[in-house]
Design a protein around this ligand. Structure first.
Ligand SMILES: Cc1cc2nc3c(=O)[nH]c(=O)nc-3n(C[C@H](O)[C@H](O)[C@H](O)COP(=O)(O)OP(=O)(O)OC[C@H]3O[C@@H](n4cnc5c(N)ncnc54)[C@H](O)[C@@H]3O)c2cc1C
Length: 437
């Protein structure tokens, strides 16, 4: 039988969510996973599936049965005719990247870390940047899951509403055992990182977003500066940073030194505006590497985050309002505000559903009060029909969320069909989808 431990406390990466599940299982394969859900259903218990625990919200908090799918991590062989591959739900994106690279394939777009499981990532509409590309759920073509009655379902792209809902299910539709992904032949990305004045970003934003395959920037609060990152495909060969430079830039500056700045700022918030002007950056740098090495970075400095997706044309105005609000309200923010872009897609609860999107993310260093600041930012985002990332902090409930998604009712119908008795509910899904709704 799969292992079970009942005395362990579960914590998410940020440490802001904990759970004391009554049972903790790590099934070895899909049939064990199915049996666990089936038994839990018959006993009237609730199940929460966890991935890597990288959500900041309580999306993965298990108040009864916890099922960790880390052992469902097999990566199949890519079918060269279709460019599709079946992968276990619990494979981390890092392991998936390596397994695909060995076969000469890659994911077309990724977020900025690779610690998440593939099922966790798609379930919360995880995305990277690139206005011609969707989030990770848009790269899925079929999903196998165990529904709330313990039944096994294979949901394919021709299944219409069922498929569109399952692409981003926020853990509320069932236990995903595997997904079939559309992948792309391996490619090399050239990355150009450079500081840029805030006004220049704002005036050139459309061009910067359209002229680069993957454009993102970080505005440093209390300054007029941003750090930009432009990633574009190149024919290669890859010219990675020298190991010493890599360590200096990615490990020392972006983690060790940045962490020190954050700790100082947490101890003495009044120092933050001055520390911000000295935020570690090594200026302009260009390098290239296999795509997955460029997309994902190390993140050793822990934080809490909120991220909103808004229609792309509203980005500059919304950002300007956040900048003014931080000054007016006197918040002290040591973490840069991250801005990214994606294409629209049709997954029912994709945060980019039906619209080209800009994503604005705000962060607070672990242990720093964040709620007042996040609520002020949220109030601005709401003015642009902003949709919160399902895995990042927000304060909306089902009533507010329903108005943000044109096919909200379609999702709710699928949810009630797949999980009629709420086996996969927890207090987070009750808040966002309505209790017993
Ligand atoms: C440092 C850091 C960087 C991040 N960077 C990005 C980024 O660049 N872009 C972005 O969009 N997001 C980003 N995120 C958010 C992160 O991608 C999401 O929160 C993602 O869901 C985490 O995946 P996970 O495997 O940790 O899932 P968990 O947090 O463990 O779970 C997330 C949800 O998925 C459900 N779930 C997990 N596995 C299954 C399964 N097998 N079947 C059914 N449901 C399942 C859970 O029940 C839960 O509802 C970041 C988070 C952190 C901490």
């Amino acid at each position: 039988m799969p292992s079970t431990r009942t005395t362990r406390t579960w914590r998410n990466w940020a440490g802001n969510q904990t759970a004391r599940p009554t049972s903790w299982y790590e099934p070895r394969d899909a049939s064990e996973a199915r049996q666990l859900v089936f038994d839990a259903t018959n006993e009237g218990r609730r199940v929460k599936v966890v991935g890597s625990g990288h959500s900041f919200t309580a999306a993965a908090v298990a108040d009864d049965v916890l099922i960790d799918v880390a052992r469902l991590c097999e990566v199949g062989t890519v079918d060269p005719a279709t460019g599709e591959v079946e992968v276990g739900a619990g494979v981390t994106i890092a392991d998936l990247n390596h397994a695909l690279a060995k076969q000469g394939w890659a994911l077309a777009n990724l977020g900025d870390i690779a610690y998440q499981t593939i099922a966790g990532a798609i379930s919360t509409s995880t995305h990277g940047t690139g206005v011609g590309l969707t989030g990770i759920a848009g790269q899925v073509c079929a999903i196998s899951l165990v529904d709330g009655s313990g039944g096994v379902r294979r949901i394919e792209s021709h299944d219409g509403a069922l498929f569109r809902a399952a692409q981003v299910g926020v853990g509320a539709l069932g236990l995903i055992t595997s997904v079939r992904l559309r992948v792309t032949p391996s490619f090399v990305l050239e990355s150009r990182e450079s500081p840029m004045r805030f006004e220049r970003i704002i005036s050139d934003l459309d061009h910067l977003v359209s002229a680069n395959e993957h454009f993102e920037f970080f505005w440093i609060p209390h300054t007029e500066w941003t750090l930009t990152k432009r990633n574009n495909r190149t024919d290669g060969p890859a010219q990675p940073m020298q190991p010493m430079r890599q360590w200096w830039q990615k490990s020392f500056l972006e983690n060790t030194a940045f962490g020190l700045v954050c700790r100082l700022g947490r101890a003495r918030p009044s120092l933050i505006p001055r520390l911000a002007t000295a935020l570690p950056s090594s200026g302009q740098v260009t390098y290239s590497n296999a795509s997955h090495e460029i997309f994902a970075s190390q993140r050793r400095v822990r934080f809490v985050e909120m991220e909103y997706s808004i229609p792309r044309p509203a980005c500059a105005e919304a950002l300007g309002r956040i900048k003014r609000m931080i000054d007016e309200r006197g918040f002290r923010v040591s973490f840069p505000v991250e801005v990214r872009f994606t294409a629209g897609d049709d997954a029912t609860l994709s945060t980019a559903h039906g619209r080209e999107s800009a994503y604005i993310a705000v962060h607070m260093f672990k242990g720093t009060p964040f709620e007042e600041y996040f609520r002020e930012v949220e109030a601005i985002m709401v003015d642009y029909s902003g949709r919160p990332h399902w895995g990042k902090m927000h304060f909306l409930d089902s009533e507010a969320l329903a108005g943000l998604y044109p096919k909200w009712d379609e999702f709710q119908t699928v949810r009630r069909t797949l999980d009629p008795s709420g086996v996969f509910a927890n207090h987070y899904t009750e808040r966002i989808f309505g209790v017993g709704g």
